[in-house]
Design a protein around this ligand. Structure first.
Ligand code: GDP
Ligand code: IMO
Ligand code: MG
Length: 422
């Protein structure tokens, strides 16, 4: 059985929690795209783990963690996550395998990401400044350096020196500090020792898992609206978030995937710049931000908040071939008298689908809202679907009907146990 979990909005839908829950029955949990721009929170045995690169399901004793080749790796971050887990008693050798196809996020990628953002001034995109887009840009222009080269040290040194030479000239034009080649090489030599034992042919491992009918859980990062091709470019991320990213990221053919789970947060949040059709800037958004702890796991930035945008989520569902829904954070909405959901967009008096909108249209469309009566009850202690407040069930039923996909998991709080299987 192969399950894929994808964020259906702008990221931070609660994928980490859902992945952790589904991982209990998985032999393998696989990160396959993006980098440490992702921040996935897992709360296990009362402890909070804000993972950026580690597969979120790795905490389960039986699950093997794979970081497949579509992922880009900041090695300092990766090693600090390995260290945290090892300190907490998790033995990772033989439990974590990393593809040597992964491209390395280099110090110059981070410096360039920041330099471009600063140069854009008021037109900045609001990236995480983790060097992600720069790493993918080097990958597609054959300037990338992978763990493969790190394994073959002479190749690494040669390529790193060449890239630093070029990148330092660019950094100079931005008037920012250049990369110190000697000290960086020393650092990579140390990191290399720690990482080499984890490198493996992850393609072969996954193909063997498929032929032995083992359970594989694919962990999507970010959200569909941030997809490099189908998101509202340029307010996107550097990787493919949608289902196709699985094939390029892991080598698993897309048709082998049994279920695509879309994680849908009961409202919308967004970090970074760009159009946000259902955005709220009022007491309700303040209430949701505080109650839902909507501050970035990666950058700590306050997340922008808005009503659930079903027009956008429907686009994500169609685009990814979603077969199951996991709804999160409806507990945050308890106490709000009237809830709204966007069921379409209008531009110049005419309806326009999300798929026809670029960032310029998205900045101008007005949402068509449907209103719902809210509920007062705290959802977190509720363990059965039947026991949910009537108004909450109506809200959920509408989501299911509108999207044409059944809800299979309803999350009622951040912890593993706060969950209703439907
Ligand atoms: P991800 O990037 O999609 O994995 O999501 P993040 O971890 O960045 O952000 C989601 C936040 O919501 C985390 O702090 C989770 O612990 C929390 N969370 C997940 N599911 C729920 C839920 O159903 N209710 C509440 N209140 N919090 C949740
Ligand atoms: P998870 O996996 C929320 C956003 C950034 C920025 C844009 C580009 O935790 O859901 P980048 O650094 O990728 O070049 O920034 O993408 N972004 C995310 N927002 N959650 C994420 O990941 C994100 N990953 C990227 O805020 O707007
Ligand atoms: Mg996140």
């Amino acid at each position: 059985m192969i399950n894929l979990v994808i964020g259906s909005q702008w990221g931070d839908e609660g994928k980490g929690k859902i992945i952790d829950v589904l991982a209990e029955k998985s032999d393998f949990v696989v990160r396959y795209h993006g980098g440490n721009n992702a921040g996935h929170t897992v709360i296990a045995n009362g402890k909070k783990y804000p993972f950026h690169l580690m597969p979120s399901g790795i905490l389960h004793p039986k699950s093997i963690g794979i970081i497949a080749g579509g992922t880009v790796l900041d090695l300092d971050v990766l090693i600090s996550e390995i260290d945290i887990l090892e300190k907490d008693g998790y033995k990772l050798e033989g439990k974590l395998f990393i593809s040597d196809k992964c491209h390395i996020v280099m110090p110059y990628h981070k410096a360039l990401d920041e330099a471009y953002e600063n140069a854009r001034g008021k037109n900045k995109l609001g990236t995480t400044k983790r060097g992600i887009s720069q790493t993918y840009a080097d990958k597609v222009s054959y300037n990338g350096i992978r763990l493969y080269e790190l394994k073959n040290w002479e190749e690494f040194e040669k390529k790193f020196k060449f890239q630093c030479g070029v990148k330092n000239k660019i950094l100079e034009t931005f008037d920012v500090e250049k990369i110190n080649i000697t000290s960086e090489i020393k650092k990579f030599k140390l990191l290399r020792k720690k990482l080499l034992p984890f490198l493996a042919d992850t393609f072969a491992i996954l193909q063997s898992a498929i032929s032995h009918k083992q359970n594989i859980l694919l962990e999507g990062a970010h959200g569909v609206m941030l997809d490099n091709d189908f998101g509202s470019y340029p307010y996107v991320t550097g990787s493919n978030v949608i289902t196709g990213g699985v094939n390029t990221g892991t080598g698993i053919p897309a048709q082998k995937i049994n279920d695509v789970w879309a994680v849908v947060k009961a409202y919308t949040s967004k970090v970074g710049e760009g159009p946000f059709v259902t955005e709220l800037n009022d007491k309700t958004s303040e209430f949701i931000r505080e109650k839902g702890a909507e501050f970035g796991t990666t950058t700590g930035r306050p997340r922008r908040i808005g009503w659930l945008d079903l027009e956008a989520v429907k686009f994500a569902i169609d685009l990814t071939g979603t077969t199951k829904l996991a709804i999160t954070k409806a507990d945050v909405l308890s106490g709000i008298k009237e809830l709204k959901v966007a069921i379409g967009y209008e531009l110049d008096g005419k309806k326009i689908p999300h798929s026809s909108c670029g960032y310029l249209e998205l900045a101008k469309v007005t949402p068509i809202y449907k209103s719902f009566k809210g509920w007062e009850e705290d959802l977190r202690p509720i363990k059965k679907y039947e026991d949910l407040p009537k108004e909450c069930k109506e809200y959920l039923k509408f989501i299911e009907d509108f999207l044409g996909v059944k809800i299979a998991i309803f999350s009622t709080g951040p912890a593993r146990e706060e969950l209703i299987n439907i």
